[in-house]
Write a protein of this length. Structure first.
Length: 76
């Protein structure tokens, strides 16, 4: 199916990246262990999808690509 992720995966990944920005990097294995430690009851498939989405998003951010970057909320 390619790179299509469900809203649940995207929402969970974005929430984790907002709450714990220093826990994630562009390394999938490190992200997989971090997601496993931070979530309860997530299946292996969901954990891997979230870790993959986080890895992909961080890699795009580091490369400077404007597509699919995580939008952070700015306090008003």
């Amino acid at each position: 199916m390619g790179k299509v992720k469900t809203e649940h995966i995207k929402r969970l990944a974005q929430e984790l990246m907002l709450r714990f920005p220093d826990k994630f990097s562009s390394n999938f294995d490190d992200n997989k262990h971090a997601v496993d430690a931070l979530t309860r009851g997530a299946t292996t498939k969901v954990r891997n999808q979230v870790a993959g989405y986080i890895t992909h998003t961080i890699s795009l951010t580091q490369a400077g690509s404007p597509s699919e970057t995580v939008e952070t909320e700015t306090p008003a």
